[in-house]
Design a protein. Structure first.
Length: 402
């Protein structure tokens, strides 16, 4: 057995226990025991203690588009419609020779303490890099297509892609399914795709109510997406394929992650949460829609709508934006703890994984962060959020991945 100890062990368990001079005893891929380092020391031959470090669960980034990792200014920001048009015009150049950029994005993720990735893949361009990353990957094969004349080709293509991802299935690579959005898929393709998810017991993800443009299209059949279908996709007399409710009803018996949900009011949020989880990407949301969204489960999205994939930077952006929009004084340590939970325990639950907290029986996924001096620090989660730079060690499935 191995023992890893630190000045503070932030467990992220249900009580958010923080153990001073704590340790995590683990064997192979599982945590055996968590407690005081000295009390556990006699149980391990291979042991290390870091006196100016904080040990946390390895972080979980639930929603990332790695295929856009080469983007460095090719897209337009400030409105969702303008951004989408720029993506349609320039994505070919961004996708070209993107493999090195994808690998660099994975390295950046690791350095920020991420041990688990929810990867949304449109074309499987990122598959090889993710398989070689030594990270825990929930791999969402994404499907879209509103043209019913190509339905058989679309269904066959998805089935082939899922067959490929399922061939790699393991505890470190979990095949899953992503439906792009209600504005980009036909009812027939949605039904076929979700039936595949049911038959294969796949976790499902979908973008939903990300923008005012999408809301107007679903409710009124007008606005940007009418122009988008007519002038860019050259479809005459376009109409929305779904209402808000009919789209939600399609997921009635599935585990689903609904991403963004910026245009959902509190009542609709309750309806969505009765069907699954809401994932928020604060910096992406602000950049495209000038609205942050919920903080319950946080992800970075891809570099098509973000400046990097550093999950710590994402938390810090959400932290300061939350302070700015609050009309009352906040308990900053409590806010920091909620944000840490958004990329640990809550994220693990959303992805159906047994990691995200440092507890007996959980997967041995951990990140270690060093600091100049932890003497006298009381607000540990706040200190982590504000001052952590990059992980000095990242352990996934009991092995160091940095």
């Amino acid at each position: 057995m191995k023992l890893l100890g630190a000045r503070y062990v932030l467990t992220a368990n249900s009580k958010f226990s923080i153990i001073e001079n704590g340790g995590v005893l683990y064997e192979d891929e599982k945590i055996v025991e968590v407690g005081e380092y000295e009390a556990l020391s006699s149980k391990a031959k291979d042991k290390s203690f870091y006196k100016d470090s904080i040990l946390t669960p390895a972080f979980i980034n639930t929603h990332v588009h790695f295929e856009f990792s080469k983007n460095s200014g090719e897209f337009c920001y400030g409105s969702f419609g303008g951004w989408l048009e720029s993506v349609m015009s320039n994505r070919g150049e961004v996708f070209k020779d993107a493999n090195l950029a994808i690998k660099d994005a994975l390295k950046e993720s690791k350095k920020s303490g991420v041990g688990t990735i929810g990867a949304i893949s449109s074309y499987d361009m990122d598959l090889e890099a993710l398989l070689e990353s030594n990270l825990r990957v929930v791999y969402f094969s994404e499907v879209l297509g509103a043209d019913t004349s190509k339905l058989k080709e679309q269904v066959d293509n998805l089935a082939k892609r899922l067959e490929t991802s399922l061939a790699h299935k393991s505890s470190m690579f979990i095949p899953s399914l992503a439906v792009h959005s209600p504005y980009s898929i036909s009812p027939e393709l949605l039904e076929s795709s979700l039936n595949l998810a049911r038959n294969l017991n796949l976790l499902v993800s979908t973008h939903f109510l990300e923008s005012k443009e999408e809301l107007e299209w679903l409710e009124k059949g007008s606005g940007f997406f009418k122009h988008f279908y007519e002038d860019i996709l050259h479809i005459s007399n376009p109409k929305p394929n779904f209402s808000i409710e009919s789209f939600l009803e399609a997921f009635y018996d599935l585990d689903c992650l609904f991403v963004h949900c910026l245009q959902a009011d509190s009542k609709l949020q309750e309806r969505i949460l009765s069907l699954g989880k809401i994932i928020s990407c604060p910096r992406s949301n602000l950049l495209l829609n000038q609205k942050m969204g919920l903080n319950d489960i946080i992800a970075t999205d891809g570099k098509s709508s973000n400046i990097n994939l550093n999950i710590l930077d994402e938390l810090r952006a959400s932290f300061f934006a939350s302070i700015a929009k609050s009309e009352t004084s906040l308990d900053l340590e409590a806010l920091a703890r909620e944000l840490v939970k958004s990329i640990t325990t809550k994220a693990a639950h959303a992805l159906r994984l047994e990691n995200g907290s440092l507890e007996s029986g959980k997967l041995a996924d951990m990140a270690l962060f060093s600091f100049p001096n932890l003497e006298g620090i009381k607000d540990i989660a706040l200190h982590l959020l504000l001052y952590a730079k990059e992980a000095q060690s990242l352990i996934v499935a009991g092995s160091n991945r940095i």
